[in-house]
Design a protein around this ligand. Structure first.
Ligand code: ZN
Length: 221
């Protein structure tokens, strides 16, 4: 077994169970819980996931990433209360100017990650409501200083902070890596069944990834 095989977390299969979507492909609709439903679809050249949380005719968009017209189609007929940003990397924000113009809704982001449009500040412990649903905000720096994760019940939206197989990229920056691992330590305080929906690619659960947390820490990326 090679070094990389030993260190690799088994990757989830590309199935609906793990929220498989492909760029310009159909949206994935998670099984609705009570009066809340979540939709996932992939946009843009970097296969960015956009999530829409909807409840009682209202919607919250996670990451105005790209392809604004596709995002607008997915929220058609809904009252979009806000667009919330996991972070400010260019592939996650490209649709924001057009979305703000079309929807007139606020953009909410951590001040540590300046946005290309006017944004209102969001931080650790904030709570957002959409219809009858509540979303808790966690500040999880490391990938960027202002990275945020969003928790809806047992569904965690992690942006580029946590993926199947490890933390997001910290560009070989030792201090940023230590910061992101501290953020992961906080995320992993949540229970095993917590579904992890990242900013790119497949979902996973905290339980699937938990055995590898120390492997990632030891390998340093
Ligand atoms: Zn990023």
């Amino acid at each position: 077994m090679t070094r990389s095989e030993k260190q690799a977390t088994p990757h989830p299969p590309a199935t609906a169970e793990f929220g498989y979507v492909k760029p310009r492909g159909p949206a994935h609709r998670y099984p609705p819980a009570a009066d809340v439903s979540v939709v996932k679809f992939s946009v843009g050249p970097y296969d960015n996931n956009v999530y829409v949380i909807r409840s009682d005719g209202q919607a919250l968009v996670i990451d105005g990433a790209a392809e604004p017209d596709r995002i607008l189609t997915e929220v058609d007929g809904l009252d979009v209360t806000a667009i919330v940003q996991t972070h400010n990397h260019p592939d996650h924000v490209a649709a924001l100017p057009r979305l703000v113009e079309a929807l007139g809704c606020p953009v909410l982001a951590h001040p540590g990650d300046p946005m290309p449009v006017r944004a209102d500040a969001l931080g650790e412990g904030d709570r957002l409501t959409v219809g009858s649903a509540e979303v808790a905000v966690m500040h999880t720096p490391g990938h960027t200083p202002g990275s945020l994760c969003f928790l809806l019940g047992d569904h965690l939206f992690t942006g580029d902070t946590l993926f199947p197989g490890g933390p997001g990229n910290t560009d070989g920056d030792r201090s940023a890596f230590e910061t992101i691992m501290r953020s992961l330590d906080r995320l992993f305080e949540l229970p095993d069944p917590t579904r992890v929906s990242p900013g790119h690619g497949l979902d996973t659960t905290l339980g699937r990834e938990r055995p590898y947390l120390e492997v990632w820490r030891a390998r340093g990326w």
